[in-house]
Design a protein around this ligand. Structure first.
Ligand code: RET
Length: 251
């Protein structure tokens, strides 16, 4: 007998709602891009690609693709009692990892350009970020109910700390060097980013990791985070960028 953990109506509806929000954000950010000269559209282009990627991934998840069923068998051993096995079949939305592998580097690129990080620091931050997402994917799929699942998770968390380090230390110093306006805007938007991003490994731990919350609850939790991390972040960045000329990049 297996315990089934599948998305239900509230989860499926949420996926469609977020898909629509991401499409609206894609159209809105594109419109904002057309209002500035091409040479000044770098943040617009990056930010629009982030929400386009999310639209595609949410479309895949809402239509029932981008998901597979993962079986975990938990063995309980008690003295004098024969081994008992408990099987959980849970949906794992792998489309998220495809989305994150593309969008988290782009989000970091936005923040890196804002701070004025050099090429070496940008590359290190983005490389650590890709390691974080791929080892997170291994944690979700690589090993069923084994201890190395949490080993992969630990590696992903260490990579995440490297990302945070680049933002909090190098990013903050470089942004401040561009003046007080850029410095305090970076502090606010990078601080917001770190708070939102830190919630992802927590949700992962109780959802994909230990399977304590339902697939619907997982979908809703990630939905709220994704809307904050992509459209809200993007809108804040683009609107503020228009008001602070020191944020311009010559790339
Ligand atoms: C995983 C699990 C392994 C440990 C860590 C994770 C971090 C994920 C993050 C995701 C951010 C996603 C964003 C999406 C945009 O909408 C892979 C969940 C540390 C930080 C910002």
């Amino acid at each position: 007998r297996a315990e089934l953990q599948f998305a239900d109506d509230s989860g499926k509806r949420t996926l469609w709602v977020v898909f629509v929000l991401m499409v609206i954000a894609s159209a809105g950010f594109s419109a904002m891009a057309w209002r500035v000269p091409v040479a000044k559209r770098l943040y617009h282009v990056i930010t629009t690609f982030i929400v386009i990627t999310a639209s595609i991934s949410y479309f895949a998840m809402a239509t029932g693709h981008g998901v597979s069923v993962h079986t975990t068998t938990i063995r309980s051993q008690h003295e004098h009692v024969p081994d008992t096995f408990h099987t959980i079949k849970r949906q794992v939305y792998w489309a998220r990892y495809v989305d994150w592998a593309l969008t988290t580097p782009l989000l970091l690129l936005d923040l890196s350009l804002l701070a004025g990080l050099n090429g070496a620091h940008i590359t290190m931050a983005i490389f650590a970020d890709i390691i974080m997402i791929l080892t997170g994917l291994f944690a979700a799929f690589g090993s069923e109910g084994t201890p190395q699942k949490w080993g992969w998770y630990t590696i992903a968390c260490i990579a995440y700390l490297v990302v945070v380090w680049h933002l909090a230390v190098n990013g903050r110093a470089q942004a401040q060097a561009k003046g007080n306006k850029v410095g305090s805007f970076f502090l606010a938007i990078a601080g917001f980013t770190v708070i939102i991003w830190t919630a992802y490994p927590i949700v992962w731990g109780i959802a994909d990791g230990s399977r304590k919350i339902s697939v619907d609850a997982e979908i809703i939790a990630y939905a709220v985070l994704d809307v904050l991390a992509k459209p809200i972040f993007g809108l804040w960045l683009l609107v503020t960028h228009a008001k602070i000329p020191e944020t311009n990049v010559d790339l």
